[in-house]
Ligand binder design. Structure first.
Ligand code: FAD
Length: 385
């Protein structure tokens, strides 16, 4: 077990941090508040090869793993400008296609996802299913050489920026009639596919959408991989999702902690800087420890995933996402306390970041569903639902 990153990993971390510093949190909030996107940063990161570091080299990726992709997102978020669509496009969609797509599907999508020239959104959540993915009601019906997809999806991020959405639906088993999950690539312009923005109460440049799929006719090649193995394929994508959500939360919290520490060293309202008061110094030290622990679990999850241990990575990725959400919420909250009134100003503040990291307790999987997973699978306790 080696806790020292390789020279390549350290160099990647430093190069991404340098790029992130040129943008930062003021760029992020300016774009979010003006209805803009993070397109310039996305394109520059893409041009430097950062967005596809996990995808296979033969399709234009960097040939590294989730560890390296999480470095990229953590460092961008630590600079104040994390790219949410990295969680979705190269991590979930890229991974699923790289691992389970046909040769044609890989050739069609991976070079674009690896170069960042195309974004693929991911749609699993449904209005009436929520955390219960067994209740998904988006159904694909076979009609000759085509699939016909019907359903609704909600809170789907970045559809306006995407060329296609990887939709988690269900197909009817020809023998038993039972529904089982299946993954379809749905290009955004396909007839019958419509999307509508949701008015969210968070300051985030990536928007969330309600999707309508009404008799969306797709070629047979839109089905990713094997119809019978979709559950395994889905999990192969959800572990990277959790690792990357952790990276985004840990990075954002590092940003907030740095801001708080800088302020606590300078701001003096009595005879010493406010950081000398243990009432502020100890909570900052506490969140630093919690953040490092969450980061370590994230790195363990990424390492296991890259080693091909999907089961081990599953437990660690869930625990990492839980820990990263909790640590990031506490860190940003404490940073706000340190910044005092200035934390609430639009130019200087971190108030909006609290709502963003708070989202990590809900999405991509809620804190309670992770606790259910750990209670049942790690502890062997009975299920309540
Ligand atoms: C900013 C944002 C971006 C998102 N982007 C995407 C995206 O790109 N693609 C996508 O598919 N989805 C996306 N989502 C959706 C997200 O994954 C869901 O919000 C999340 O899975 C929770 O589902 P829900 O909101 O329907 O909550 P519900 O399932 O309705 O849960 C509500 C509450 O009940 C609790 N609960 C439910 N069941 C249990 C149980 N058995 N035991 C204990 N507690 C339980 C939950 O933990 C939660 O606290 C996004 C959400 C947000 C907020």
């Amino acid at each position: 077990m080696n806790f020292t990153e390789s020279e390549e990993q350290s160099a990647l971390r430093a190069a991404v941090a340098e790029l992130g510093a040129a943008y930062g949190y003021s760029y992020y909030t300016r774009q979010a508040r003006s209805g803009g996107r993070l397109t310039e940063l996305w394109q520059q990161a893409a041009g430097l090869g950062f967005l596809g570091v996990n995808l296979p080299e033969e399709f234009g990726g960097g040939g590294a793993g989730m560890y390296e992709l999480s470095i990229v997102l953590e460092e961008l978020a630590a600079a104040g400008s994390g790219l949410l669509m990295m969680v979705v496009s190269p991590a979930i969609c890229g991974t699923i296609i790289a691992r389970f797509g046909t040769q044609e599907q890989k050739q069609e999508w991976l070079p674009k996802l690896a170069s960042g020239s195309s974004i693929m959104a991911f749609g699993i959540t449904e209005p009436d299913a929520g955390s219960n993915s067994h209740k998904l009601s988006t159904v694909a019906t076979r009609d000759g050489d085509t699939w016909v997809l019907n359903g609704r999806k909600i809170y789907i991020s970045g559809v306006d920026e995407a060329e296609a959405v990887l939709i988690v639906g269900r197909t009817a088993d020809a023998r038993t009639g039972r529904l089982r999950p299946a993954l379809f690539v749905v290009p955004v312009g396909t007839p019958g596919f419509a999307f509508e923005p949701l008015e969210m109460d968070i300051v985030m440049p990536e928007r969330q959408y309600l999707l309508y799929l009404d008799d969306v006719r797709l070629p047979a090649t839109a089905l990713i991989g094997d119809e019978g193995a979709a559950l395994q394929q889905l999990f192969a994508g959800l572990n990277p999702e959790r690792i990357m959500a952790s990276a985004m939360a840990v990075g954002s919290a590092r940003y907030a902690l740095n801001r708080a520490v800088g302020y606590a060293r300078e701001r003096t309202v009595w005879s010493v800087p406010i950081g000398a008061h243990q009432g502020l110094a100890h909570p900052l030290a506490q969140v630093k420890i919690e953040l490092e622990l969450a980061r370590l679990m994230m790195q363990k999850a990424a390492t296991l995933y890259d080693a091909g241990d999907d089961m081990g990575a599953g437990e660690a990725a869930n625990m990492a996402k839980y820990a990263a959400a909790e640590a990031s919420v506490r860190t940003v909250d404490q940073a706000i306390q340190v910044l005092g009134g200035s934390s609430m100003t639009a130019d200087f503040g971190l108030a909006a970041m609290l709502a963003n990291v708070r989202t990590t307790r809900i999405a991509p999987v809620s804190r309670e569903m992770i606790l259910n997973f750990v209670a049942q699978y790690s502890l062997g306790l009975p299920k309540s639902y």
